[in-house]
Design a protein around this ligand. Structure first.
Ligand SMILES: NC(=O)c1ccc[n+]([C@@H]2O[C@H](COP(=O)([O-])OP(=O)(O)OC[C@H]3O[C@@H](n4cnc5c(N)ncnc54)[C@H](O)[C@@H]3O)[C@@H](O)[C@H]2O)c1
Length: 250
């Protein structure tokens, strides 16, 4: 039997990069997958890729930085597939590159709204539904910058540290309710987000800083997320697991 047979899963930011790879991995393991994204074309593309390979998926447009949209995304999932077992709260952004003393408050608010408040809103409504189901597994996508600084990206660093803390709180509060919650900390992964935020030289520099001397792939992160979403990790909750080619080990 596939790892996620009969499970209903939700992935935010599933139109690109890590989110798309997670949605595809969930579907390969037998889950019915609801994909949300603010970008309709990209979200629909992920659904098509999954359906073309024989999987089951559905797209719902949503802004992950909005509490109302997060509530609605849970409602749509339940009305489509009847329950919600697994979620990967992945939608996120980098924000501009500036030292903290020059960072615009509006930019701070935008990054925190999506990367931190958005993850809280998602968990807030997912937990309510998972309690009704009698259990579930939440994986929040943080970053290695949930542990070490991303110089010139203060809001990003703060938001990802916040995601790690929120994940631990949820794990403790819901352990008795059979809901697990873990965070994943990817190192530098070759996706649109990285290409939008770093030029070629900067990308080569971060790749060279990792002992593995390369960027990671979205699929490598999706494997870890799938493990944490499945019963294979049944005793793992409140964990923050880094996958970074050794970047933070040095
Ligand atoms: N790429 C990396 O090196 C890296 C490293 C560590 C952590 N991460 C984290 O992984 C997650 C995914 O990043 P990625 O690299 O795959 O990025 P990506 O840009 O390839 O994909 C992000 C997706 O989120 C969607 N999105 C953006 N704003 C949204 C919103 N308000 N509501 C809903 N969807 C929205 C985008 O349309 C896009 O499809 C992010 O949380 C990011 O911080 C990425």
């Amino acid at each position: 039997m596939a790892l996620l047979e009969n499970k209903v899963a939700f992935v935010s930011g599933g139109g690109s990069g890590i989110g798309r790879a997670v949605a595809e991995a969930y579907a390969r393991e037998g889950a019915k997958v609801v994909i949300s994204d603010i970008n309709v074309e990209h979200g629909e593309e992920t659904v098509k890729v999954i359906k073309d390979s024989g999987g089951e998926a559905f797209f719902v447009k949503g802004d992950s930085s909005s509490a109302i949209d997060n509530k609605r995304m849970v409602e749509v999932t339940v009305s489509k597939y009847g329950r919600l077992d697994i979620t990967c709260n992945n939608a996120g952004m980098g924000g501009p590159a500036k030292p903290t003393g020059e960072y615009e408050p509006e930019d701070w608010d935008r990054v925190i709204a999506l990367n931190l408040s958005g993850v809280f809103y998602a968990c807030r409504y997912q937990l309510e539904q998972m309690e009704k189901n009698g259990g579930g597994s939440i994986v929040n996508i943080a970053s290695i910058h949930g542990q070490v600084a991303a110089p010139l990206s203060p809001a990003y660093t703060a938001s990802k540290h916040g995601v790690v803390g929120l994940t631990k709180n949820i794990a403790v509060e819901y352990a008795q309710k059979k809901i697990r919650c873990n965070a994943v900390g990817p190192g530098y992964i070759e996706t649109a987000l990285l290409k939008d935020n770093l030029n070629n030289d900067a990308m080569n520099a971060v790749a060279a800083k990792a002992p593995m001397n390369r960027l990671g792939t979205a699929e490598e992160i999706a494997e870890l997320v799938t493990f944490l979403s499945s019963e294979k990790s049944s005793f793992t909750t409140g964990s923050y697991i880094i996958a970074d080619g050794g970047y933070t080990a040095v």
